[in-house]
Design a binder for this molecule. Structure first.
Ligand code: NAD
Length: 485
């Protein structure tokens, strides 16, 4: 266990564009505030990409990240053109940073914002969903991206959101999904949310469909406190929320895992203003404040955050948030940094001061309930075909291939049932899902039966492009019906 006075080793990367300016500014504010940190520097971003490392980070840097487990990261420029992997995605996945935490706050009237009363936190799942990047082209016309959601993944992020709310004195957690459409994947997220919520009776919990939820964040952000959601929705929601606060340049974010954590500004490398000394270091500073809380230096985090709030309230503003109406002085990066340092020990008067001290500790040990194996029974298979023609013809030809315990029960095209009893108005592509189900309910289908079906289908001149097996889990279907079925 690190003593309170021993500096905590962290990895710092300055990044590209305005990265070096705002990192230097952030480090000097941290030092002045009395942060007990021992930074070790690594290179990331454009220069590393151009040296031939397609992930934007060198192998040697991983050792430092894995040892210190804490990363303060400047923004990077992703070079144009193909072949470069997103450094953020690589770091998140390699270090298992499953939670992306983005506080969105408006500082009205000191910073112009569309919505004046915003103080919400978006907790976004960071590892799963469509971001697994499993994509395939299956026919001339149809491409697919797999949406993978796991029960432990849902539980971990939802528990994180409730723990975050508990530790930070937040009153409500809102879950957003599209489970009216994606009943199995988003449905799982919603179901796990309802289960975990019961363990936190002191925190209000509600669920909203993502479309209306996103609209409400834009129009009535004061209704929200902590929002927990899946990867893609969270990505979009956090930009909506940042936009309505008018403070994209002020947002910090944390990416947290069981072992490691990465802290950064929400914005990019702003090449248009790089090297001019005008960049706002606030986003990275607020990322660093979250880092301090993470490493157990809540006292320093509180001191620094309040000095920053006082600076904003005093109207000492960089160009990106300067407005003649409310600002007292337009300053560059260095002057802003000095103004924050001068206000260490002070608190805002009109804006609400923060206090990270004395809070409960976030506990995520044994966060995930072990899944008990269910009774799993194969009851059929969806065979996907690349084929052109009319559904009736396909249905008749495939129905003739039924046998060996399996029978054609349905064909759908882009999810809509087109056989039997389709209607001519349904537009079809060249990608068909042909569902074969067991002829004898209660008698599981074997892998051999599935393989022999695929052989029959292939030998009859069709082109099977993939199969999805149909299972019952403890007697309940683990697959969706075709729309109209
Ligand atoms: P950006 O966030 O860098 O800039 C958008 C606008 O906001 C620009 O006008 C910029 O001048 C301004 N701005 C951003 N941060 C500011 C600050 N701290 N102070 C003052 N003004 C600020 O977005 P972009 O221009 O779309 O992207 C530039 C590069 O950054 C791209 O290569 C992109 O891939 C990368 N990017 C990196 C990250 C990251 O590393 N986490 C995030 C987003 C974008």
């Amino acid at each position: 266990m690190t003593s309170h006075l021993t500096p905590v080793p962290i990895v710092v990367a300055e990044g590209d564009g305005i990265g070096p300016e705002i990192t230097r500014a952030t480090l000097s504010m941290l030092e002045a505030a009395g942060a007990r940190l021992a930074p070790e520097f690594i290179d990331i971003g454009e220069q590393v990409y151009l040296r031939g490392h397609s992930s934007g980070i060198e192998a040697a840097s991983w050792e430092k990240l894995r040892r210190t487990k804490v990363f303060l990261k400047g923004p990077i420029t992703t070079p144009q053109g193909g072949g470069y992997k997103s450094l953020n995605v690589t770091v998140r996945k390699m270090l298992g940073l499953y939670a992306n935490v983005r506080p969105c706050v408006s500082y009205a009237p000191y910073v112009d914002s569309l919505q004046k009363k915003v103080d919400l936190v978006i907790v976004r799942e960071n590892e799963e969903d469509l971001y697994a990047g499993i994509e395939h082209r299956q026919s001339d016309e149809v491409y697919q991206c797999l949406k993978l959601i796991s029960r432990p993944g849902c539980e971990r992020i939802i528990r994180y959101a409730f723990e975050y709310a508990r530790v930070n004195g937040r009153k409500k957690v809102t879950c957003m999904t599209k489970d009216n459409i994606m009943k199995i994947t988003d449905g799982l997220f919603h179901q796990v949310f309802d289960q975990v919520a019961k363990e936190y009776p002191g925190i209000a919990a509600n669920h909203m469909i993502i479309d209306i939820g996103a609209a409400r964040i834009a129009t009535r952000p004061a209704d929200f406190d902590v929002v927990v959601t899946l990867n893609l929705y969270g990505d979009i929601l956090s930009d909506i929320a940042a936009e309505v606060t008018g403070s994209v340049g002020l947002g910090g974010s944390a990416n947290v895992g069981d072992q490691c954590a990465m802290f950064e500004a929400v914005h990019g490398s702003a090449p248009d203003i790089a090297g001019k000394g005008v960049a706002n270091p606030s986003g990275m500073l607020l990322g660093a404040v979250a880092l301090l809380v993470h490493v157990g230096q809540a006292d320093v985090a509180t001191r620094l955050h309040n000095a920053w709030l006082k600076t904003i309230e005093d109207g000492i503003h960089t160009g990106d948030i300067y407005s003649e109406k409310v600002s007292a002085r337009r300053v560059g990066t260095d002057e802003f940094t000095k103004a924050v340092i001068q206000r260490l020990g002070q608190s805002p008067v009109k804006l609400t001061p923060v206090n990270y001290e004395g809070g409960a500790k976030l506990t995520l040990e044994s966060a995930v309930t072990e899944t008990t194996p269910s009774k799993k029974e194969r009851v059929g298979v969806d065979v996907f075909l690349d084929w052109r023609g009319q559904p009736e013809k396909l249905g008749n030809e495939l129905a003739a291939l039924s046998g060996d315990g399996l029978k054609l029960t349905m064909i759908s095209n882009r999810g809509v049932k087109v056989w039997p009893d389709g209607i001519p108005e349904t537009r079809c592509t060249d990608h068909w899902r042909c569902r074969f189900e067991t002829l004898t309910p209660g008698k599981p289908v074997t892998v051999m039966q599935v393989l022999s079906l695929i052989l029959r289908v292939g030998n009859a001149g069709f082109d099977p492009v993939k199969t999805e097996h149909l299972f019952l889990f403890d007697g309940k279907p683990g697959f969706s019906l075709g729309q109209g079925q």
